[in-house]
Write a protein that binds this ligand. Structure first.
Ligand code: ADP
Ligand code: ASP
Ligand code: MG
Length: 405
């Protein structure tokens, strides 16, 4: 008998028929003699709908109330999933995040899990129940409802698997597993049988929404292997786990694209020590994450500085930067929203050279202009025009022969 955590995402519980299918899958696992803890997301579109609703009554809703609202999406699905299991004659009890003992810090809408006390879950399991936990939510030390950031049900599942020392954690979604690229953007994308935590983490934080990046970080830290697989079929999916020597043989594991970034350019800032600090310290103080930075010094004592931020932070970033640019006597501050970040990822890059050259050559051959570049040990990212993104992705995918053999 194994203890298995199964997570079902929004599409997988998107309508009553799908919820009944999910219940049937859970029941099969019970019949195989396993104990099952289920984590569910809100039905697809529900969280977006709630955010829209909130903004219709208040353009900048209070974050505490936002969490009270958002948590209702997952509460609907836990109850419906329990009811569907009851209809099959299977004992099941639903728990909110707080009832499942998930305690977080008090940072509303992006809370971090502080600890999990799975006592109630264990009791209910011992009593023969399937325990269905609401994903994406917890409560802070004072009992206020919190949420874990978009896509946070993945984190609930991984963290519960760690806390319960589960034998297996399965992330059920609407694709067969993790692919070499988003299969909706690259038709030739190939499903991977396995991928290392580090590669999955890079792909997730560089735009592949198949797993929330914080959940992968958590899985790596607590050594929770997990599989990503389809809720619509029985294909084996992708195993995400610690890297093995053999994994390094593959130079590029996958590519991703992030269209949620914006670029800010400050023209003709005076080229003297301390300028970068003067620009970026106030952004950090305003909790605005700066991703890529490029600075070009000219011979005339001026420098151009460009950097990227999340699109959601663009207005705030401009507000911070504009007065400083003025004070420094810099030229215009311009922003560009129609950009995309294309990244290639693979732990094999540590031991293979020439990846950057191949990437740049492919983009040049396809007349895609590179605006910014950044590299780390296992990834190379470029900022390109958003209109070129899908074409560039397909070309790069083909160049690195990432399609199925
Ligand atoms: P869920 O609702 O189950 O959490 P998500 O919509 O959050 O599902 O994530 C699944 C989606 O991630 C897929 O439909 C797919 O379009 C997208 N995706 C992006 N990159 C990848 C990738 N490399 N492999 C698989 N899916 C990907
Ligand atoms: N329902 C939340 C969201 O849409 C959490 C999740 O689906 O994982 O972001
Ligand atoms: Mg998701």
């Amino acid at each position: 008998m194994a203890l298995i955590v199964q997570k079902f995402g929004g599409t997988s519980v998107g309508n009553p028929e799908r919820i009944r299918n999910v219940a049937a899958r859970i029941q099969r696992a019970c019949e195989d003699g396993h104990q099952i803890v289920v984590v569910v997301s809100a039905m697809s579109g529900v969280t977006d709908g709630l955010i829209k609703l909130a903004r219709e009554v208040n353009p900048s809703p209070d974050v505490r109330e936002m969490d009270v609202l958002l948590a209702t999406g997952e509460q609907t699905t836990i109850a419906l999933t329990a009811m569907a299991l009851h209809a099959l004659g299977q004992k099941a009890v639903s728990l909110t995040g707080a009832q499942a003992g998930i305690v977080t810090d008090g940072v509303h809408t992006k809370a971090k899990i502080a600890n999990i006390t799975p006592k109630r879950t264990r009791e209910l399991l011992a009593d023969g129940n399937v325990v269905i936990v609401a994903g994406f939510q917890g409560a802070d030390a004072e009992g206020a409802i919190t949420t874990l950031g978009r896509g946070g049900s993945d984190l609930t599942a991984i963290a519960l698997a760690a806390a319960l020392k589960a034998d297996l954690c399965e992330i059920y979604t609407d694709v067969d597993g993790v692919y070499t690229a988003d299969p909706r953007l690259v038709k030739a994308a190939c499903k991977l049988n396995e991928i290392s935590y580090d590669e999955m983490l890079e792909l997730a934080s560089l735009g592949a929404k198949v797993m929330q990046s914080r959940s992968v970080e958590f899985a790596k830290k607590f050594k929770v292997p997990f599989s990503v697989r389809s809720s619509m079929n029985d294909n084996p999916g992708t195993l995400v786990k610690e890297e093995t020597r053999k994994m390094e043989d593959v130079m590029i594991r996958g590519i991703s694209v992030d269209k949620n970034q914006a670029k800010i350019n400050i023209a003709k800032a005076p080229d003297r020590p301390g300028i970068a600090a003067r620009l970026f310290k106030p952004l950090a103080d305003a909790h605005i994450n700066v991703d890529m930075i490029v600075q070009n010094a000219s011979t005339e004592g001026f420098t151009d500085v460009s950097f990227t931020v999340a699109k959601d932070d663009l207005t705030r970033a401009r507000k911070v930067i504009e007065p400083i640019a003025k004070e420094l006597g810099a030229g215009t501050v311009a922003d560009f929203e129609k950009i995309a970040k294309l990244s290639v990822v693979g732990i094999g890059m540590r031991s293979h050279s020439g990846v950057a050259a191949d990437l740049f050559e492919t983009l040049a051959a396809n007349k895609v202009n590179i605006q910014m570049i950044s590299t780390s040990e296992i990834k190379i990212s470029v900022i390109i025009d958003a209109a070129d993104a899908d074409r560039a992705m397909n070309a790069v995918h083909a160049k690195f022969r990432l399609g199925c053999p």
